[in-house]
Design a protein around this ligand. Structure first.
Ligand SMILES: *Cc1c(COP(=O)(O)O)cnc(C)c1O
Length: 423
């Protein structure tokens, strides 16, 4: 049996309707921006394996750091114990995060980072005997698939089976160009009408919605409105963090600072699952008490796994090398050139770029659903050409590893141009 045949016997894949899905591709090796399947076919990984891998597959520098940690202290429980890798990650993050972030809490993935932030927002007010139970989120937001994260997510077909079982979430429009005022007004109305504990948002780019972008000034304004009413702000940087937007964090573009930040995905350079939620001192202090009931009773078995911490430290070091910063700048410029080239194409609605993120919306005759027919046609075309891209409906986006060469990048662009001609 081939790997693919064995797979279909045993495995259940994410976001997959197995009855109609195509068989998965068995990948046997990765290096840099490239992947190879079991038959030796080569693919360019143009979405950094779901946005996690900035420095290339099988990165030696991170692998060495992991090996060294694995053979020193692979794991120890974090309840009642601590270790140097966790402390070093905390020290490093204090240097690079917005200055008001003072405490860090480890978990395992983007959803748990969000879950922790939402629970903290709710318990923050519970601990102060203030009734605030509503969370504010954007339309079409994506914050993960665990229950609170899913409640905050606005992509309806992900969550429709669970309606009525969620915490209270109210949605406001994303302040995309021309709709800023509508978004501000909606936020003010929501805060007036509901007892709001927190506002969670993907800063500047909504990834899963199809790389929908909005301006830092608009986000700053929304955050100010929250601050006036003491609503906690939660920046979900799970996708945008660690250089994707051209700065270390998307929040680096914004004049306001959030109360909490969620990190995962590129945190460990795409090697080991790990996540972090960070907090201000004020948030932490609401849990700091002689009363044990005011503590945050949340934890995961692998909290602050030392091997994950070692991977995170190596990744952050790589991110801040001159070479990697130059790569980010190079890809950004290249995207801008490509955007200019195709945005006036008759089949293109619009194209947009921020940092290494690029997205193009393709015209279609019918309303395109998330996993609709155009999406499947595009996806198959790209895979056939050896380029890994996962369109969202009629939106094709690129989020490459920062080490992708100009030649590889040009091949990705060319394939997208050909795809636009094809549909
Ligand atoms: C991917 C993502 C998540 C969820 O992360 P998982 O590791 O898949 O649980 C949460 N928020 C944002 C913005 C994401 O892009």
């Amino acid at each position: 049996m081939t790997l693919t045949e064995k797979d279909s016997q045993y495995l259940w894949h994410p976001y997959t309707q197995h009855k109609t899905a195509q068989t998965p591709i068995a990948i046997s090796r990765g290096e840099g921006a490239l992947l190879w399947d079991e038959n030796g076919k080569e693919y360019i990984d143009a979405i950094a394996s779901w946005w996690v891998n900035p420095f290339g597959h099988s990165n030696r520098f991170i692998a060495d750091a992991i090996y060294k940690q694995l053979t020193t202290l692979e794991h120890v429980l974090f309840g009642g114990f601590t270790h140097e890798p966790a402390i070093k990650v905390a020290e490093k993050l204090m240097e690079i995060l917005p200055k008001n972030q003072q405490k860090i809490f480890f978990s395992d993935n983007g959803s748990t980072a969000v879950e922790v932030a939402i629970k903290v927002a709710l318990q923050f007010f519970f601990n102060k005997n203030e009734k605030r139970t509503t969370i504010i989120a954007f339309e079409n937001a994506f914050h993960g698939d665990t229950f609170a994260a899913m409640a905050a997510s606005g992509i309806s077909f992900y969550t429709q089976a669970f309606q009525g079982m969620f915490i209270d979430v109210v949605r406001i429009p994303v302040p995309v160009k021309g709709q800023e005022q509508e978004s501000f007004d909606a936020l003010r109305a929501v805060i007036q009408k509901h007892d709001c504990a927190g506002f969670i948002f993907e800063p500047l780019v909504q990834g899963a919605a199809g790389m929908v972008m909005y301006e830092p000034e608009a986000l700053a304004k929304l955050m100010q409105i929250c601050k006036e009413s003491n609503v906690l702000t939660i920046a979900d940087e799970v996708m945008t963090g660690f250089g994707k937007t051209g700065k270390t964090f998307a929040m680096d573009y914004v004049t306001e600072v959030p109360d909490m930040i969620c990190l995962s995905k590129a945190l460990t350079g795409g090697t080991i699952p790990m996540a972090i939620t960070t907090f201000t001192q004020e948030v932490f202090d609401a849990f700091y008490d002689d009363d044990i009931n005011k503590a945050l009773f949340h934890g995961h078995t692998f909290t602050a796994n030392p091997t994950g911490c070692a991977a995170a430290l190596a990744s952050i070091e790589l991110l801040h090398t001159e070479e990697m910063q130059a790569n980010i700048e190079r890809i950004h410029k290249s995207h801008l050139d490509f955007q200019k080239k195709i945005e006036n194409h008759s089949k293109v609605i619009t194209a947009r770029t921020l940092g290494v993120i690029f997205a193009v919306e393709i015209k279609s005759d019918s309303e395109e659903s998330y996993y609709g027919s155009m999406r499947t046609k595009l996806y198959n075309f790209f895979i056939d050409k050896g380029v890994v891209l996962r369109p969202v409906g009629n939106i094709v986006y690129i989020l490459p590893p920062y080490i992708m060469s100009d030649e590889q990048l040009q091949k990705v662009y060319k394939t997208i141009e050909d795809a636009i001609e094809m549909v």
